[in-house]
Design a protein around this ligand. Structure first.
Ligand code: NCD
Length: 311
């Protein structure tokens, strides 16, 4: 039994600490399972259908949902949206109604518009997981980040986490700010003026425009990609200037706690927001571990949502 009783996972906003802990506990058990067992396949979700509906590019999220579903014995279908009827003018709602008629169990949706996944969830009978909607939320990314931190640091409460870079366009930042606040961590956001939304302090974060003050004494740094595809116009003067002020290198890292962790949700732009050697630092970078946690978190979410449906 899990304390998470919802039908869908659309956002981190609105979850309780107990619900988050229970998702993380279940995911933790899958980390052990994935590491220890030669035969990784379980048949817990045998006969269930998980469909990936991705309207935006994805490597990690789509693949890890596919792997998570398959490891639990579900049938997984990837809808190639570029060749779907939406490219012929069908609306999102008509697509949803069509998919609904096929009696799916879980729909994992990524969409460029904020709110589109919630709208779709209202039109279908199956469970819906938000795989990232516009600049709004990316709940499974925040959960996998939390699991990575909890396993390394033993806790989330009381840690100082600096989220740096393109906060304005980042659903990863929004979900992480929300989760970290719920779990009692202290969040700082560090970015140039142009990449920080006005009024961000109302989300319960400290605002910084200088990496030295933003990173000082922090336990964790989460670097974000500059999301050119969501920008109209220019938000930064040049890559070289951005890197010198906001790119993570060893000099900037030196003001953090000595055992501070380096995180990045990927995809990374080496030499733009993060120096290549820092990203690959085996002592401090947990970027690959985040990917591993992603599979375990998605197994936990699929398992719990399908169980909730069966009740
Ligand atoms: C992120 C996303 O799609 O929001 N990537 C991911 O899911 N790991 C971040 C990004 O695209 O920069």
């Amino acid at each position: 039994m899990s304390a998470f009783r919802h039908k869908h996972l659309l956002s981190i906003h609105g979850l309780t600490p107990v619900e988050i802990e229970s998702l993380l506990d279940r995911a933790d058990s899958y980390v052990t399972h994935n590491r220890e067992t030669a035969n990784k396949k379980k048949n817990l979700l045998h006969g269930c259908t998980v469909t990936n509906l991705f309207f935006e590019h994805s490597t990690r999220t789509r693949t890890s949902f596919e792997l998570a579903g398959k490891r639990l014995g579900a049938d997984v279908i990837n809808m190639p949206m570029a060749t779907s009827s939406m490219s012929k003018g069908e609306t999102l709602i008509d697509t949803a109604v069509t998919l609904n008629a096929m009696h799916l169990d879980v729909l994992v949706v990524r969409h460029p518009d904020s709110g589109a996944v919630t709208l779709l969830a209202e039109k279908v009978n199956c469970a819906v997981i938000n795989g990232g909607d516009g600049t709004h939320e990316h709940p499974t990314q925040a959960l996998l980040d939390a699991l990575t931190i909890r396993r390394r640091m033993g806790r989330l409460a009381g840690l100082i986490v600096a989220i740096c870079g393109d906060i304005l366009h980042s659903r990863v930042a929004r979900s992480n700010i929300c989760l970290l606040n719920i779990m009692g961590a202290r969040v700082r956001v560090v970015a140039p003026q142009t990449l920080l939304p006005t009024g961000i302090e109302s989300l319960g974060v400290e605002r910084h425009h200088d990496m030295r003050t933003g990173l000082r004494g922090a336990d964790i740094v989460m670097m974000l990609r500059v999301q050119n595809e969501r920008m109209s116009g220019h938000f930064i003067p040049s890559i070289r200037e951005y890197f010198s002020f906001f790119g993570l290198d060893y000099a900037k890292l030196s003001v953090m706690k000595p055992d501070a962790l380096i995180m990045h949700p990927g995809p990374m732009n080496r030499g733009f927001e993060i120096e290549s050697d820092v990203a690959d630092d085996v002592e401090r970078s947990v970027i690959r571990e985040q990917v591993e946690m992603g599979v375990a978190v998605r197994m936990a979410v699929l398992d719990i949502l399908i169980h909730n449906q069966r009740k």
